[in-house]
Design a protein around this ligand. Structure first.
Ligand SMILES: [Zn+2]
Length: 225
């Protein structure tokens, strides 16, 4: 199966196309980081203090308009069709979080970036639903795909995005964090959840038990996965 993951951001849109075959590690067919939006000069430069106490002068801002977004999404749809992608996942923001002590200016910047990336995500969903069929386009939050792949922020044996994604796709090679996130979304599509894995295991063993395995079931007494 050919799957694609897409990570829409406020300045970049990353894409990963993977070929996934039973018994083989997923293979990279294509990864790309496309620029989103354009820069505009500010009428008046903005001066602010950085965390380190330095003075930062901002003379331009990134604008992400519909006119910027649509051509990039059309390009993505063309690439996905070129690689005969069957199923795709687009990362969306489901939950916002601003840390305590963040200045209003920085919080505003975060909100703007989220709004811009959601515009890109929406445009992708529209464009790809038209080209691939809506049933072949999924949305996933960062939290959901990292959890599915066993990536956590907690300590323990769970790895980071880079570690897990690079280990899962040996052909990936050097890349950036946007592409790694796109790969994560693509891997999410082909990684069964715990419930799905359990269902598949039961089906393969011919188990029909409603709950716990009963005597006579091939899985009776087997350790829980
Ligand atoms: Zn059973």
């Amino acid at each position: 199966m050919i799957v694609a993951g897409l990570d829409p951001g406020s300045a970049h849109l990353a894409l990963a196309v993977l070929s996934v075959q039973e018994g083989l590690p997923p293979e990279k067919l294509c990864t790309q980081t496309l620029e989103v939006g354009h820069k505009e000069l500010l009428a008046k430069p903005k001066v602010r203090k950085s965390r380190g106490g330095n003075t930062v002068t901002q003379t331009e801002r990134r604008v992400v308009s519909w006119d910027d977004v649509l051509p990039v999404c059309v390009r993505v749809a063309e690439l996905l069709s070129y690689y005969s992608v069957q199923l795709t996942a687009v990362e969306v923001v489901e939950h916002g979080h601003i840390m305590q002590g963040v200045s209003a200016a920085v919080a505003g910047g975060i909100l703007t970036a989220i709004a811009q990336s959601q515009l890109v995500a929406g445009a992708l969903l529209m464009t790809l639903s038209a080209s691939l069929g809506a049933q072949n386009v999924r949305t996933v939050s960062h939290r959901s795909w990292t959890a599915r792949l066993g990536i956590g922020t907690t300590t323990g044996r769970r790895g980071t995005v880079a570690e897990v994604v690079e280990a899962a796709i040996p052909s990936l090679g050097r890349t950036n964090e946007h592409v790694r996130d796109a790969c994560g979304c693509a891997l999410w599509l082909v990684t069964p959840s715990k419930e799905e894995a359990e269902k598949a295991k039961r089906a393969a063993a011919g188990c029909l038990c409603p709950g716990r395995h009963r005597k006579g079931c091939a899985l009776y007494g087997a350790r829980k996965a």
